[in-house]
Design a protein around this ligand. Sequence first.
Ligand SMILES: C[S@@+](CC[C@H](N)C(=O)[O-])C[C@H]1O[C@@H](n2cnc3c(N)ncnc32)[C@H](O)[C@@H]1O
Length: 338
Amino acid sequence: MSQENAAPTTDILDDLISAVYKAALVKGAIELEVFSKVAAGQTTAEAMARTNGWDSRCTRLMLDGLCSLKLLAKTGGAYRLTPVSETFLVPGHLGYVGDYTLHDMAWEARGRYAQSVQTGIPAMGDMAAPNQSPLWEIFSQVGLNRDSLSRSVDSARELWETVGVNRRTVPGARVLDLACGKGIKTLTLAKLDPEATVTGIDWENVLRTTAQVAQILGVSDRVTLVPGDILTADFGQSEYDVVFLGNITHYFRPEQNVSLFSRVHAALRPGGRLVINAPMVDEERCTSEYLLYSAMFVVESPTGDIYTFSEYRRMLEASGFERIYRYEHPWGLLSARK
Ligand SMILES: C[S@@+](CC[C@H](N)C(=O)[O-])C[C@H]1O[C@@H](n2cnc3c(N)ncnc32)[C@H](O)[C@@H]1O
C-alpha cells in the first residue's frame, strides 16, 4: 500500500511533541549549565538544588529526564556525565556545542514563525548580514575536537575525490574559499597537496577559527585569510584554479548568486572550476528532506531558498559557466568550468 493510501495516524505529530519536550529539557539544562555542575561534583539532585538555590523536586525531574535522553547516567542516586554530554556539553571542552545548540534552537524567534510568514520579515534577522557574525563564530567553533575534525577531514577528502580535484589533476592548485567558515574543506586540499595555496574569505571573527584549524592541520604557511563580505568583494582576475562555495549559496537570491558567480568566473583562470557544496531540493520541491531547512528561511533570511539543480544550472549559465555537472553526494555537490 502506498503511503498516501495507508490509514492516517498521528505519528508525525506525536514525534513532534516528543521533540519539543526533549528540546525544552535540553535547552533548560544547557542554560543552567547542569553538565558542568555535574562535572564539578554536584552529583545528586539535593546537592545541585541546594548549591544553586533551585527547587529540589524540579531539579530531580530535570536530571532524571536527562538520564532518559542518555545525557546523564545514575548509580545509587549519583548522576554522572555520559560520553556524549562529557564531549559536547561541558563548556570549555573543544567539542562543546551548547552555545551553538541554544542559538540554533532560537526558540523564541522560531516561535514567531507565523508572524514571519505574514510579514516576510525573518524573526532571526538576516543570517548573511555582517551583524550575524558573532553567531557564525559560534557555529565555526563546532567540531574542533580531535574526532570530529578527523571525520571532517575524511569527508573533505572524499568531496575532492568525487569532483576530481587532487594533486595530479590540479597540481599546486590556487584555491579561493568563499564564506569559508572554519575552512576544513579547502584546508584539507592544502594538506593533501603541499604545493596548494588557499585564500579564505569570511567575517573577521570567524577567520580566527579558520586560522586555528589551519594551524592544527599544519598548513598555515600556505593560507591567506581575508575578512570581507562575499556579496560585494572583488575576487580579482584569472587568479584561481578552484573556487569553493560551501553551504552559502542558498542564503542568497538568484540575482545575488548570479552576481557572485560572475565575480567568481572572472577570478578563475581559463579552464578553472567552481565547486558548490550546498543542499539541493528535488525539481518539484516536494520530497527532499532539505525542504524542512528551506522552510526555516522564513525566520532566518529575507533572501534564502534551497535551489534545485536546474536553478543552479540557470544561474551558472547566466554567469558564463559551462560543463555544469552534479555529483552523487549526501549533501548537494556540483562543479562548473570557466
Ligand atoms: C554554513 S557556514 C559554511 C562554512 C563553510 N563554507 C562550509 O562549507 O562548511 C556559512 C559561512 O558563511 C559566512 N558568511 C555568511 N554570509 C557571508 C557574507 N555575506 N560574506 C562572507 N561570509 C559570509 C558565515 O560567517 C559562515 O562562516
